[in-house]
Design a protein around this ligand. Structure first.
Ligand SMILES: CC(C)(COP(=O)(O)OP(=O)(O)OC[C@H]1O[C@@H](n2cnc3c(N)ncnc32)[C@H](O)[C@@H]1OP(=O)(O)O)[C@@H](O)C(=O)NCCC(=O)NCCS
Length: 162
């Protein structure tokens, strides 16, 4: 990678964006063809659902390269006191530069700022290296879901486990 390009990528700021901004990326890039894209998910960690999730705080993060949104992720509080990381995506032209890990770290920090019990997600197997590098631990087997052939639950604890 050219050093100047790397410097440019490192200088790119993660900012708060709107749901409509992130939704257009999710619709066109991450979940093409999916019609029911909601602000948050009703899923709870490991099992169950709660519609209360829709009334709790949510964050949408993005990285712009001038006017183009090239990376996004979201995080929202869940009814069980956990914080869900959801919808991570980085533009193929900007991958492998650490943007995915930075978006995850920002999301983890947002959950911590709300005193969430822990942060969790359900990544695809193909994206697991970024989650692992951001400090998540795998907490289930790989399973088939609506969005991919292999997803697993993972968790980032805010308190040391012991
Ligand atoms: C998953 C995804 C978000 C990762 O984004 P990314 O910006 O490439 O992620 P990062 O660069 O932070 O980390 C990814 C990999 O690059 C490596 N990496 C991080 N910084 C790096 C650097 N400066 N130089 C080289 N490699 C680096 C990481 O170690 C990681 O490991 P890997 O090579 O084993 O894959 C991206 O691939 C993507 O959008 N995929 C399609 C959508 C998707 O699957 N989203 C997740 C849904 S759960």
């Amino acid at each position: 990678m050219a050093p100047f390009y790397y410097f440019q990528v490192m200088m790119m700021m993660i900012i708060n964006i709107t749901f409509l901004e992130i939704k257009s990326v999710w619709q066109n890039e991450l979940w093409p063809g999916r019609k029911d894209i909601e602000t948050v998910s009703a899923m709870l960690y490991l099992s169950g659902y709660s519609m209360t999730n829709f009334q709790l705080p949510a964050f949408y993060f993005g990285i712009y390269d001038t006017t183009k949104l090239i990376g996004v992720n979201s995080g929202h509080l869940c009814d069980d006191g956990s914080f869900r990381s959801r919808g991570l995506w980085v533009d193929p032209n900007h991958r492998k530069n650490g943007l995915g890990v930075r978006l995850l770290q920002k999301t983890i920090a947002a959950g911590k700022s709300l005193n969430a019990k822990f942060c969790w997600s359900l990544p695809r197997k193909t994206s697991w290296p970024a989650y692992e590098r951001a400090g998540f631990n795998l907490t289930s087997d790989w399973i088939k879901t609506d969005t991919s052939d292999a997803n697993a639950y993972c968790k980032h604890d805010y308190q040391p486990q012991g």
